[in-house]
Design a protein around this ligand. Structure first.
Ligand code: AP5
Length: 211
Protein backbone atom coordinates (compact mmCIF):
# COMPACT_ATOMS: atom_id res chain seq x y z
CA UNK A 1 0.00 0.00 0.00
CA UNK A 2 1.00 3.61 -0.56
CA UNK A 3 0.29 6.95 1.13
CA UNK A 4 -0.61 9.73 -1.29
CA UNK A 5 -0.30 13.08 0.48
CA UNK A 6 -2.16 15.95 -1.16
CA UNK A 7 -0.28 19.21 -0.52
CA UNK A 8 -1.18 22.72 -1.56
CA UNK A 9 -2.27 26.09 -0.23
CA UNK A 10 -5.82 26.86 0.92
CA UNK A 11 -8.02 26.93 -2.19
CA UNK A 12 -5.66 24.92 -4.39
CA UNK A 13 -8.42 22.32 -4.89
CA UNK A 14 -7.34 19.50 -2.58
CA UNK A 15 -10.86 18.93 -1.23
CA UNK A 16 -12.41 19.06 -4.72
CA UNK A 17 -9.99 16.45 -6.07
CA UNK A 18 -10.30 14.20 -3.03
CA UNK A 19 -14.08 14.19 -3.43
CA UNK A 20 -13.70 12.97 -7.04
CA UNK A 21 -11.17 10.31 -5.98
CA UNK A 22 -13.56 9.10 -3.26
CA UNK A 23 -16.33 8.71 -5.86
CA UNK A 24 -14.00 6.48 -7.88
CA UNK A 25 -13.51 4.19 -4.89
CA UNK A 26 -10.20 5.51 -3.52
CA UNK A 27 -9.77 5.51 0.25
CA UNK A 28 -9.43 9.13 1.46
CA UNK A 29 -8.85 10.97 4.73
CA UNK A 30 -9.76 14.67 4.84
CA UNK A 31 -8.08 16.39 7.78
CA UNK A 32 -10.22 19.56 7.61
CA UNK A 33 -13.44 17.50 7.69
CA UNK A 34 -12.13 15.39 10.58
CA UNK A 35 -11.50 18.60 12.55
CA UNK A 36 -14.84 20.16 11.55
CA UNK A 37 -16.63 16.96 12.69
CA UNK A 38 -14.86 17.25 16.05
CA UNK A 39 -16.04 20.88 16.27
CA UNK A 40 -19.65 19.81 15.57
CA UNK A 41 -19.51 17.41 18.54
CA UNK A 42 -19.22 20.45 20.87
CA UNK A 43 -16.69 18.54 22.99
CA UNK A 44 -13.97 20.33 24.95
CA UNK A 45 -11.49 19.29 22.28
CA UNK A 46 -13.91 20.53 19.59
CA UNK A 47 -14.19 23.93 21.30
CA UNK A 48 -10.41 24.24 21.40
CA UNK A 49 -10.07 23.27 17.74
CA UNK A 50 -12.87 25.69 16.74
CA UNK A 51 -11.08 28.71 18.24
CA UNK A 52 -7.92 27.85 16.29
CA UNK A 53 -9.54 26.98 12.93
CA UNK A 54 -11.82 30.04 12.91
CA UNK A 55 -8.76 32.30 13.24
CA UNK A 56 -7.00 30.51 10.37
CA UNK A 57 -4.22 29.18 12.61
CA UNK A 58 -2.96 25.58 12.69
CA UNK A 59 -3.96 23.09 15.37
CA UNK A 60 -0.82 22.14 17.43
CA UNK A 61 1.37 19.41 15.95
CA UNK A 62 1.17 17.00 18.91
CA UNK A 63 -2.63 17.04 18.85
CA UNK A 64 -2.88 16.58 15.05
CA UNK A 65 -0.25 13.84 14.87
CA UNK A 66 -1.98 11.86 17.62
CA UNK A 67 -5.44 12.33 16.10
CA UNK A 68 -4.42 11.52 12.52
CA UNK A 69 -2.12 8.60 13.35
CA UNK A 70 -4.93 6.99 15.39
CA UNK A 71 -7.30 7.33 12.42
CA UNK A 72 -4.69 6.09 9.93
CA UNK A 73 -4.01 3.00 12.08
CA UNK A 74 -7.73 2.17 12.10
CA UNK A 75 -7.72 2.49 8.32
CA UNK A 76 -4.76 0.29 7.39
CA UNK A 77 -6.69 -2.97 7.65
CA UNK A 78 -6.53 -3.47 3.87
CA UNK A 79 -3.77 -3.08 1.30
CA UNK A 80 -5.53 -0.19 -0.43
CA UNK A 81 -3.66 3.08 -0.99
CA UNK A 82 -4.69 5.91 1.35
CA UNK A 83 -5.01 9.45 0.02
CA UNK A 84 -4.64 12.11 2.72
CA UNK A 85 -5.77 15.72 2.25
CA UNK A 86 -4.20 18.18 4.68
CA UNK A 87 -1.85 16.07 6.82
CA UNK A 88 1.05 16.46 7.38
CA UNK A 89 1.27 20.24 6.96
CA UNK A 90 4.22 21.37 9.09
CA UNK A 91 7.82 20.15 9.37
CA UNK A 92 6.98 18.75 12.84
CA UNK A 93 4.00 16.82 11.43
CA UNK A 94 6.13 15.41 8.60
CA UNK A 95 8.60 14.12 11.20
CA UNK A 96 5.73 12.53 13.16
CA UNK A 97 4.29 11.00 10.01
CA UNK A 98 7.60 9.62 8.68
CA UNK A 99 8.43 8.08 12.07
CA UNK A 100 5.22 6.05 11.87
CA UNK A 101 5.40 5.12 8.17
CA UNK A 102 9.05 4.61 7.31
CA UNK A 103 8.31 1.28 5.62
CA UNK A 104 5.54 2.39 3.27
CA UNK A 105 5.80 4.10 -0.10
CA UNK A 106 4.92 7.81 0.05
CA UNK A 107 4.04 10.15 -2.82
CA UNK A 108 3.50 13.84 -2.07
CA UNK A 109 1.33 15.50 -4.73
CA UNK A 110 1.65 19.29 -4.69
CA UNK A 111 -1.18 21.33 -6.25
CA UNK A 112 0.53 24.55 -7.36
CA UNK A 113 -1.60 27.71 -7.73
CA UNK A 114 -0.82 31.47 -7.71
CA UNK A 115 -2.03 33.54 -4.77
CA UNK A 116 -4.46 35.83 -6.67
CA UNK A 117 -6.29 32.78 -8.01
CA UNK A 118 -6.45 31.24 -4.52
CA UNK A 119 -8.19 34.32 -3.13
CA UNK A 120 -10.87 34.23 -5.86
CA UNK A 121 -11.47 30.54 -5.24
CA UNK A 122 -11.77 30.94 -1.47
CA UNK A 123 -14.04 34.01 -1.47
CA UNK A 124 -16.42 32.31 -3.96
CA UNK A 125 -16.50 28.93 -2.23
CA UNK A 126 -19.81 27.62 -0.88
CA UNK A 127 -20.30 24.32 0.94
CA UNK A 128 -23.21 22.06 1.79
CA UNK A 129 -23.58 21.96 5.60
CA UNK A 130 -24.94 18.40 5.39
CA UNK A 131 -22.85 16.40 2.88
CA UNK A 132 -19.87 18.87 2.85
CA UNK A 133 -19.84 18.97 -0.97
CA UNK A 134 -17.83 21.96 -2.23
CA UNK A 135 -19.05 24.48 -4.86
CA UNK A 136 -17.91 27.80 -6.29
CA UNK A 137 -20.35 30.58 -7.21
CA UNK A 138 -18.63 31.05 -10.59
CA UNK A 139 -16.31 28.11 -11.36
CA UNK A 140 -18.37 25.22 -10.01
CA UNK A 141 -21.92 26.43 -9.24
CA UNK A 142 -24.76 24.22 -8.02
CA UNK A 143 -27.49 23.42 -10.54
CA UNK A 144 -30.07 25.68 -8.89
CA UNK A 145 -30.55 28.50 -6.46
CA UNK A 146 -27.42 28.09 -4.29
CA UNK A 147 -28.70 24.77 -2.96
CA UNK A 148 -26.76 21.51 -2.80
CA UNK A 149 -27.31 19.30 -5.88
CA UNK A 150 -27.45 16.23 -3.63
CA UNK A 151 -29.17 17.38 -0.39
CA UNK A 152 -31.05 20.46 -1.64
CA UNK A 153 -29.78 22.30 1.49
CA UNK A 154 -28.96 26.03 1.17
CA UNK A 155 -25.18 26.35 0.75
CA UNK A 156 -23.14 28.20 3.39
CA UNK A 157 -19.83 30.10 3.58
CA UNK A 158 -17.16 28.44 5.75
CA UNK A 159 -16.30 30.55 8.84
CA UNK A 160 -12.64 30.57 7.82
CA UNK A 161 -13.49 31.91 4.34
CA UNK A 162 -14.07 35.44 5.69
CA UNK A 163 -11.60 37.79 3.88
CA UNK A 164 -9.36 38.57 6.90
CA UNK A 165 -9.16 34.89 7.89
CA UNK A 166 -8.25 33.96 4.29
CA UNK A 167 -5.32 36.42 4.45
CA UNK A 168 -4.11 34.82 7.68
CA UNK A 169 -4.48 31.25 6.34
CA UNK A 170 -2.42 32.12 3.27
CA UNK A 171 0.30 33.67 5.38
CA UNK A 172 0.29 30.73 7.84
CA UNK A 173 0.59 28.44 4.79
CA UNK A 174 3.64 30.35 3.48
CA UNK A 175 5.41 30.18 6.84
CA UNK A 176 4.48 26.73 8.11
CA UNK A 177 3.43 24.51 5.21
CA UNK A 178 5.31 25.63 2.09
CA UNK A 179 8.65 24.45 3.66
CA UNK A 180 7.41 20.85 3.59
CA UNK A 181 7.06 21.00 -0.21
CA UNK A 182 10.83 21.49 -0.41
CA UNK A 183 11.36 18.81 2.22
CA UNK A 184 9.49 16.20 0.13
CA UNK A 185 11.27 17.40 -3.02
CA UNK A 186 14.67 16.86 -1.35
CA UNK A 187 13.59 13.35 -0.44
CA UNK A 188 12.65 12.66 -4.09
CA UNK A 189 9.00 12.05 -3.12
CA UNK A 190 7.36 15.12 -4.70
CA UNK A 191 5.14 15.33 -7.80
CA UNK A 192 4.04 18.81 -8.87
CA UNK A 193 0.74 19.50 -10.66
CA UNK A 194 -0.24 22.76 -12.35
CA UNK A 195 -3.53 23.23 -10.48
CA UNK A 196 -4.58 26.42 -12.32
CA UNK A 197 -6.28 24.35 -15.01
CA UNK A 198 -9.75 22.83 -15.03
CA UNK A 199 -10.88 20.47 -12.27
CA UNK A 200 -11.03 17.56 -14.74
CA UNK A 201 -7.54 18.20 -16.20
CA UNK A 202 -6.05 18.16 -12.71
CA UNK A 203 -8.00 15.02 -11.85
CA UNK A 204 -6.60 13.24 -14.92
CA UNK A 205 -3.04 14.12 -13.83
CA UNK A 206 -3.61 12.88 -10.29
CA UNK A 207 -5.03 9.59 -11.52
CA UNK A 208 -2.01 9.12 -13.78
CA UNK A 209 0.26 9.50 -10.73
CA UNK A 210 -1.85 6.93 -8.87
CA UNK A 211 -1.57 4.32 -11.67
P1 AP5 B 1 -8.70 22.51 5.41
O1 AP5 B 1 -10.16 22.30 5.33
O2 AP5 B 1 -7.79 21.39 5.02
O3 AP5 B 1 -8.37 23.84 4.63
P2 AP5 B 1 -7.21 24.27 3.62
O4 AP5 B 1 -5.99 23.44 3.58
O5 AP5 B 1 -7.02 25.69 3.97
O6 AP5 B 1 -7.79 24.00 2.26
P3 AP5 B 1 -9.18 24.43 1.75
O7 AP5 B 1 -10.21 23.44 2.20
O8 AP5 B 1 -9.45 25.87 2.07
O9 AP5 B 1 -8.96 24.39 0.19
P4 AP5 B 1 -8.82 23.19 -0.80
O10 AP5 B 1 -7.43 23.11 -1.30
O11 AP5 B 1 -9.43 21.94 -0.25
O12 AP5 B 1 -9.71 23.76 -1.99
P5 AP5 B 1 -11.19 23.36 -2.48
O13 AP5 B 1 -11.15 22.06 -3.19
O14 AP5 B 1 -12.20 23.53 -1.39
O15 AP5 B 1 -8.29 22.93 6.88
C1 AP5 B 1 -9.06 23.91 7.56
C2 AP5 B 1 -8.34 24.29 8.85
O16 AP5 B 1 -8.21 23.14 9.69
C3 AP5 B 1 -6.92 24.83 8.71
O17 AP5 B 1 -6.92 26.22 8.39
C4 AP5 B 1 -6.36 24.54 10.09
O18 AP5 B 1 -6.86 25.45 11.03
C5 AP5 B 1 -6.95 23.19 10.40
N1 AP5 B 1 -6.08 22.10 9.93
C6 AP5 B 1 -6.35 21.24 8.90
N2 AP5 B 1 -5.33 20.36 8.75
C7 AP5 B 1 -4.42 20.66 9.71
C8 AP5 B 1 -3.15 20.13 10.06
N3 AP5 B 1 -2.59 19.10 9.41
N4 AP5 B 1 -2.48 20.72 11.07
C9 AP5 B 1 -3.01 21.75 11.77
N5 AP5 B 1 -4.20 22.30 11.49
C10 AP5 B 1 -4.91 21.76 10.47
O19 AP5 B 1 -11.39 24.50 -3.59
C11 AP5 B 1 -11.55 25.86 -3.23
C12 AP5 B 1 -12.60 26.52 -4.17
O20 AP5 B 1 -12.08 26.54 -5.51
C13 AP5 B 1 -13.92 25.76 -4.24
O21 AP5 B 1 -14.97 26.70 -4.32
C14 AP5 B 1 -13.82 24.93 -5.54
O22 AP5 B 1 -15.10 24.71 -6.12
C15 AP5 B 1 -12.93 25.81 -6.40
N6 AP5 B 1 -12.02 25.04 -7.27
C16 AP5 B 1 -11.34 23.92 -6.96
N7 AP5 B 1 -10.56 23.52 -8.01
C17 AP5 B 1 -10.76 24.45 -8.99
C18 AP5 B 1 -10.22 24.62 -10.31
N8 AP5 B 1 -9.34 23.75 -10.83
N9 AP5 B 1 -10.63 25.67 -11.03
C19 AP5 B 1 -11.53 26.57 -10.52
N10 AP5 B 1 -12.07 26.46 -9.27
C20 AP5 B 1 -11.69 25.43 -8.52
Amino acid sequence: MRYILLLGPPGSGKGTQVELLKKEGFKVLITGDILRNEIEKNSLLGERIKRIVNKGELVPDDLIVELMETIIKEDTSSDKDIIIDGYPRTVGQVEGFLKNHSDEKIIAVYLKVDKDILKKRLTGRRVCPVCKRVYHIEYNPPKNDMKCDVCNEPLIIRKDDEPEVIENRLSVYDKQTQPIVELFENKGLLRVIDAQRTISEIFTDIKEILM
